[in-house]
Each structure stands twice: as C-alpha cells, then as structure tokens.
Design a binder for this molecule. Structure first.
Ligand code: NAD
Ligand code: TDX
Length: 354
C-alpha cells in the first residue's frame, strides 16, 4: 500500500536526507514536509524535489494543533516520520526552554493529533508513528561498558537528552495506553551532507577551509559512534516497512571513534582533498578548549536487534563516509557560507569565547 507520509523537521539535516532518500526509493509515496524553518531548517536541502508532484512543503510548527489536525485530515496521512526537534546539546545548555517546547510539547501535540486522526479512520493497522530519537537518552558509558541495548535504562544528562527522553516516554505510553502504532528508534551520531555547521564534523571542516582554530572540548577523549546519514535512512526504511509497533530499535554505525582521532582524520583528509588551504597541515589548528558542561564520555550502540530482526546493517565505514562528506563540503560552499550569519556568529561567541 502506498503511504502518505508526513515528515516533520524535513528541512533539517537528517529529515532532508530522509526525504531525498524516500523520494528516490519509494517514488509512489506522497511526502508532505512540515517544518518551522528554525535556524537549523533549510529549504535548499530539498531543492531537488521542488518540481516533484508527490512532494509538498508546509511551513509551520508541530506545536500548532489546529495546523497538524488539518494536515493529517486533508492529506490523508497514514505515516508520520517525526524528526522535528531542537537537536544541539550546546544550545540546550544555553537555552533549554525551546527544547522542552518542541521536543516534549511538540511530540505530544503530534501524538494527540495522530491518535484522533487514526481513531476517525477506524484505527487502520498499517498506520505508523515513527519517533526518531537518540542514543543520548541512555546517558554516558565508561570505556569498558557494553554498548547500549534497547533495554538499557534511560539516564539522560543534558537538557537536550532529557527532552528527547520525555518525548520517547510519550511515544511509548501512547502505544501502551491507546495501542497507537508508534515505533521508537534511538540512533547514534550521524554525519553526511546538509549537516548544520554547529555540529562537530561540519564545524571542523568549515574552520579548516577558513583557517580558523579547531576547538576540541576537554581532553578530546570522548567517544561517539558515527553513522553515515544515508545508512540511518535505510534503517528507518526497514523499521517503517518491517518493524513491529510498540518496539524500540537501536541504530548504530559500529564506528566508535575518539573526538581527537576523528578531528585528526578530518585534518588528514582535508589536507589531501582541499586545494589552497589557508593553513597546512591543518592539524596545526587543533586547539583544546574548555569542556562542555556535563559532557557525556562515551556513546556506543548495539544494533543486533535491527540486524537480526529486520536484516539491516550499515553499508559504509567512517573513512569512506567521511571522505564523501568532506568532499561535499569542499564542493558546496554556496550551501554553508550563508549559514555563518550574524546570529550564528553570536551563538559561536557564546559557546567558544567563554
Ligand atoms: P536538525 O536540528 O538538523 O533539524 C531539525 C529540523 O526540525 C529543522 O529543519 C527545524 O527547522 C525543524 N524544527 C525545529 N523545531 C520545529 C518545530 N517546533 N516545528 C516544526 N519543525 C521544527 O536536527 P537533525 O540533526 O536532523 O535531527 C533530526 C532528529 O534526529 C532529531 O529528533 C534528533 O533528536 C534526532 N537524532 C539526531 C542525531 C544526529 O546525529 N544529528 C542522532 C540521533 C537522533
Ligand atoms: O566544537 C566542538 N568541539 C567538540 O569537541 C563540538 C561542536 C563538539 N565537540 C565534541 C562534543 C561531542 O563529544 O564532539 C562530540 C560531538 O559533538 P556534536 O557534534 O555536538 O554531537 P553530540 O553532542 O554527540 O550530539 C549529536 O549526536 C546525537 C547530535 O547533535 C544529537 O542531535 C544526537 O542526538
């Protein structure tokens, strides 16, 4: 059966990669993007689809219940893929309230609206509410701890991860209480094209191109499990088509890397692929700076469940995916240059000039 799929946050990093992926792999499905176009939303990410008759874009807020009700009814939505969120940990430390509003109240609004819509259609079994979440809800691992599984207790440590944990609990409760067909995914750190400059990888790449310092927090020994964004999209495809409602699926890249090693690898690849760098070797720009407050030491995802039950695994390792990603930033300065706005500079000053 064809889907009418509402993608919230579809103009952001992962959301836009997902929309582009979905249009390519499921061209008969209708895609409706709902996005508030915050600083992190960018319509250019969806430029390829502007003339696609099965794609439409609605500029609006997921907290607007009337708007969401109207979209679900008018577009006869069968599936929600919910990406919209405030997503940056450093911003959640500076201004947590937006995280509670969008991540908790926004998710609640969508769940309520979808519940009523689903009930009006006599509770079709094939409807889905896919709640896209993060490994950060599980807290921080020590170096020898086993990776997070779906049964790891929640222990969020930042306002961001606490707000995502709250939204996960709501999605879970709506299945348990109303039998609403929700599925939760908890994914590790993504990287790829259209990643907003504030996040580690694009920030390092852009600063190398501009000859600016590369700020590594604390001792640089924190570990993240990196997943290529297109592999995240294929995992969500597997979950939407073959996943069981009421379940949680962990999605990871099986690519644990220390921040400092990742930054050095980025420098090495950039020295090879980028012509005329202002500072070369670019590793000279690495600068250790004050640590992030409450900085989680290590994340690692065990995605055995996804592998064994849904036959999914990542297709690309970090070296290959990183090379492709870095080349994309080198080739597309017209995408990232306008994002380094006065507002962004102001944010940058607040985080890095403490
Ligand atoms: P992002 O910040 O790049 O994009 C968020 C998008 O949501 C933007 O387009 C923004 O305009 C939109 N948005 C924000 N508030 C909104 C609102 N109130 N109403 C409508 N739209 C709104 O985020 P991302 O990195 O693409 O992350 C997408 C989702 O995946 C998030 O839920 C995040 O928690 C989760 N996630 C991200 C990662 C990662 O590494 N980036 C890893 C795991 C999970
Ligand atoms: O300037 C920096 N220097 C630095 O050392 C920045 C921006 C980050 N870091 C460190 C902090 C983290 O240990 O790099 C690591 C990665 O940082 P981010 O890119 O900010 O990602 P993280 O905090 O791990 O969260 C990301 O992955 C999980 C996404 O932003 C979240 O939305 C997702 O849920």
């Amino acid at each position: 059966m064809y889907k009418n799929i509402l993608v919230t946050g579809g103009a952001g990093f992962i959301g836009s990669n997902f929309v582009n992926y979905w249009a390519q792999n499921h061209p008969q499905d209708k895609i409706i993007v709902l996005d508030a176009l915050t600083y992190a939303g960018n319509r250019h990410n969806l430029a390829n689809l502007e003339n696609n008759p099965n794609f439409s874009f609605i500029h609006g807020d997921i907290c607007d219940r009337t708007l969401v009700d109207n979209i679900l009814e008018k577009e006869n939505i069968t599936t929600i893929a919910h990406f919209a969120a405030e997503s940056h940990v450093d911003r959640s430390i500076l201004t947590p309230s937006a995280f509670i509003q969008t991540n908790v109240i926004g998710t609640f609004t969508l769940l309520e609206s979808f519940r009523h819509h689903w009930a009006k259609q006599n509770q079709p079994q094939e409807y889905r509410f896919l709640h896209v979440s993060t490994d950060e809800v599980y807290g921080s691992l020590d170096i020898d701890d086993p990776a997070f599984t779906e049964n790891t207790p929640y222990a969020p440590n930042s306002p961001y991860s606490a707000s995502k944990a709250g939204s996960d609990h709501l999605a879970r409760a709506y299945y348990h209480t109303y039998n609403l067909p929700t599925i939760i995914t908890n994914c590790s750190n993504n990287y790829g094209a259209y990643h907003f400059p504030e996040k580690l990888i694009p920030l390092m790449v852009i600063n190398i191109l501009l000859g600016k310092p590369l700020p590594v927090y604390g001792d640089g020994q924190n570990i993240r499990d990196w997943l290529y964004v297109k592999d995240h999209c294929s995992a969500l495809d597997a979950v939407l088509h073959r996943g069981k409602t009421g379940e949680t699926y962990n999605i990871g890249g099986n690519n644990e890397v220390k921040n400092i090693d990742l930054v050095k690898l980025i420098c090495q690849i950039m020295d090879e692929i980028a012509p005329d760098l202002p500072v070369k070797p670019s590793s000279q720009l690495i600068t250790f700076v004050k640590d992030r407050l409450g900085h989680d030491r290590r994340y690692a995802i065990n995605s055995t469940k996804l592998k064994t039950e849904l036959n999914w695994q990542p297709s690309i390792n970090i070296e290959t995916g990183l090379r492709e990603t870095l080349q994309w930033y080198v080739n597309n300065p017209q995408w990232w240059q306008p994002l380094l706005s006065a507002d962004y500079q102001n944010y940058y000053q607040q985080v890095y000039k403490k």
